[in-house]
Ligand binder design. Structure first.
Ligand SMILES: Cc1cc2nc3c(=O)[nH]c(=O)nc-3n(C[C@H](O)[C@H](O)[C@H](O)COP(=O)(O)O)c2cc1C
Length: 168
C-alpha cells in the first residue's frame, strides 16, 4: 500500500521557499536503479496550458545524462531533518556514490519515475522541452557571469507535472 496520496498542483503553495530555501531532489533512472541530485534553482508554473516544472541542470552533472535519456524524472521535497542528505546529494556525484544508500533514502518507482519513500511531496515530471542556455542569450551578463566562470551553461527542461504525490 502506498504511503502517498495524489493531490492537484494547485494544492501546494510558496514554490519560492520549496525550491530556493528548502531545496529539492531531482531523481532519474540509472539502469535498474536511480540517481539523485539536489536543486535550489527552478520553478513551477504553467506552459502550454499545463502545470509544469522548470529545471536547470548543468551538463557536467551525472544526473544530466540520466535525465537526457529518460522521458520521466521526479522532483521531490523533504522535511528539514533531511537537510544533511540533501547537502550530500548536492555535493557528491552518482559517478562515485550510491547516494540513496549513503543517505538512507529508499527508492520507490512510479513506473519509470523514481523517488524516495522519505519525501513529503513528489512531482512526477514528463519532459516536454529542453534547451541549452547560452552566453549569447544572456541579457544581464554582469548578473549571470559569476555563476559560470568558464563552466558550461545549464540546460533548461520544461516538464509537465503529470502527478503530485503527497505523504499521507
Ligand atoms: C543547494 C544546492 C542546490 C543545487 N542546485 C543545482 C541546480 O539547480 N542545478 C544543477 O545543475 N546543480 C545544482 N546543484 C549541484 C548538484 O546537486 C551537485 O553538483 C551534485 O553533486 C550533482 O550530482 P550528480 O553528479 O550525481 O548528478 C546544487 C547543489 C546544492 C548543494
Amino acid at each position: 500500500m502506498s504511503n502517498f496520496r495524489e493531490i492537484t498542483p494547485s494544492e501546494f503553495t510558496n514554490t519560492f521557499d520549496m525550491i530556493g530555501k528548502d531545496w529539492a531532489l531531482v531523481t532519474a533512472k540509472n539502469g535498474d536503479g536511480c540517481n539523485t541530485m539536489t536543486i535550489s534553482w527552478g520553478g513551477l508554473g504553467i506552459m502550454w496550458n499545463k502545470p509544469v516544472a522548470f529545471t536547470f541542470i548543468r551538463p557536467q552533472r551525472f544526473t544530466y545524462g540520466l535525465v537526457e535519456n529518460e522521458n520521466y524524472f521526479t522532483i521531490s521535497f523533504y522535511d528539514e531533518k533531511y537537510r544533511k542528505a540533501l547537502q550530500f546529494c548536492g555535493s557528491k556525484s552518482g559517478r562515485d556514490y550510491d547516494k540513496a544508500k549513503e543517505c538512507g533514502l529508499t527508492p520507490v518507482y512510479d513506473e519509470d519515475a523514481p523517488y524516495f519513500e522519505e519525501a513529503k511531496l513528489v512531482l512526477v515530471c514528463k519532459k516536454l522541452y529542453a534547451q541549452d542556455l547560452t552566453e549569447e542569450s544572456v541579457i544581464a551578463k554582469d548578473e549571470t557571469a559569476p555563476f559560470y566562470n568558464g563552466d558550461d551553461y545549464h540546460k533548461m527542461y520544461i516538464s509537465e507535472i503529470v502527478k503530485v504525490l503527497e505523504k499521507k
